[in-house]
Design a binder for this molecule. Structure first.
Ligand code: GLN
Length: 404
């Protein structure tokens, strides 16, 4: 008996042991080739080596004290439970007004606007809402790294198209070559992270002609909608009714109010698309932070802040470029976003990842190597620097960069 019992126990232990091993060590990864996002990698390296962090994009100055006071006021007034799944109504109403004012398209706050936990949640929910197995999705590279994994998790096939170095324009002939009847979705991100390129009226015309009479949808990540320079106008897809009717337009409060850590964004989409997006949103996060939504609803009534953002960030871009005037880095055009691409080919022929790491560890300035944002790791000997920083930070960083 005793013998039989211990035999059983051994057998049980063994089979359980092997099952467990198979379950946790040999299961098939859904994203086998995916590494830790470069934004986390570079920030961790910057912290470890005490480098000035111009890699991950976030301001090193604080948000508006009045906005913080509003959040506190709403918290103290007891607005601390779940918001409605779609977002608090006053915020959806203010968003609708702002979008109508700026872009001339009327979105219904009751059915066509969804507040999400950052623009990234909107991106994931929009892609998940529409991409079926084997659907093709056009992604312009270099591409923000949240898009392709969302497509792949839904069984879709990313179809990559490279923006033309060094201006990072879209070659519309090449675009036509990759566009076909299986193209379910086109993902746009303008003003463009990481390159600082913007969409022009001609781009909009090309795109409109290509998608006309097709069933292709668009996700337009416009997180940097208010950060555009030299008097340019942001060509939001929401400005163009023919495109807006097939588009999820996605925006971010974090970029506009220097609150990237608060993670609130929103998605504008025609009702049938919004219904599908909300089916995903309700089970991803259900709803987003209540007091912050209420505070934004009140705070965004001051239009001067977002209308003043181009000037605010243009001064930072120009300061950074001016400080780098005598360096061996060569700036590429930066028409929008708070990122400046710098060509380092006069300094080194190392791959961008190697150079970025050495710059962080040895020279004390961290930047993003854009090859991490290409599926085939294209390397043009440029790095992306975030200039959403205090003047002192930009001065110290530039001083180090000029010494190289
Ligand atoms: N959007 C920011 C950037 O491009 C931050 C990205 C992130 O940390 N995931 O740097």
């Amino acid at each position: 008996m005793v013998f039989a019992f211990s035999m059983n126990k051994t057998l049980t232990f063994n089979s359980n042991h092997w099952c467990l091993k198979a379950a946790i060590m040999h299961f098939q990864s859904k994203l086998p080739d995916l590494e830790l996002t470069i934004f986390a990698v570079m920030t961790q390296l910057a912290i470890k080596h005490g480098a000035i962090n111009l890699s991950q994009g976030f301001p090193d100055f604080d948000t508006y004290p009045e906005l913080i006071a509003l959040v506190e006021r709403y918290m103290r007034a007891g607005h601390n439970q779940y918001a409605p799944m779609q977002g608090v109504m006053p915020l959806r109403e203010r968003i609708a007004e702002k979008v109508y004012d700026l872009y001339g398209t009327q979105y219904d706050p009751a059915t066509e606007i969804t507040v999400t936990t950052g623009a990234t949640e909107s991106v994931f929910a929009a892609i998940s809402a529409v991409v079926l197995k084997d659907d093709e999705v056009i992604i312009l590279e270099p591409a923000y790294d949240a898009y392709a994994p969302a497509v792949q998790l839904n069984g879709g096939i990313p179809v990559y198209l490279q923006l033309k170095f060094p201006d990072y324009n879209i070659d519309w002939n090449e675009f036509k070559n990759v566009f076909n009847s299986k193209t379910k979705l086109i993902i746009l991100n303008y003003p463009h992270n990481p390159t600082g390129a913007v969409l022009t009226k001609e781009d909009i015309d090309h795109l409109s002609r290509i998608v006309e009479n097709t069933r292709t949808l668009i996700v337009s990540d416009e997180a940097y909608e208010h950060i555009i320079f030299d008097g340019r106008q942001h060509e939001s897809i929401a400005r163009h009714p023919q495109l807006a009717q097939r588009c999820f337009v996605i925006c971010s409060f974090g970029k506009t109010y220097h609150t990237t850590g608060w993670k609130i964004g929103y998605c504008l989409a025609p009702e049938p698309l919004s219904i599908e997006l909300q089916k995903i949103h309700q089970y991803l996060t259900f709803a987003s932070n209540t007091p912050i939504q209420l505070a934004y609803a009140e705070f965004m009534q001051n239009k001067d802040l977002y209308l003043g953002l181009p000037k605010f960030y243009q001064q930072k871009r120009d300061l950074f470029l001016d400080l780098l005037g005598k360096s061996r880095f060569r700036p590429l055009p930066c028409k929008g976003t708070y990122y400046q691409m710098l060509d380092y080919s006069q300094i080194s022929d190392e791959p961008d990842v190697v150079f970025a790491k050495r710059l962080t560890v040895e020279k004390g300035v961290a930047a993003i190597p854009p090859s991490a944002l290409y599926h085939q790791k294209d390397d043009h000997k440029v790095l992306r620097f975030c200039f959403a920083k205090k003047s002192e930070t930009l001065e110290s960083a530039a001083e180090k960069l000029c010494r190289i």
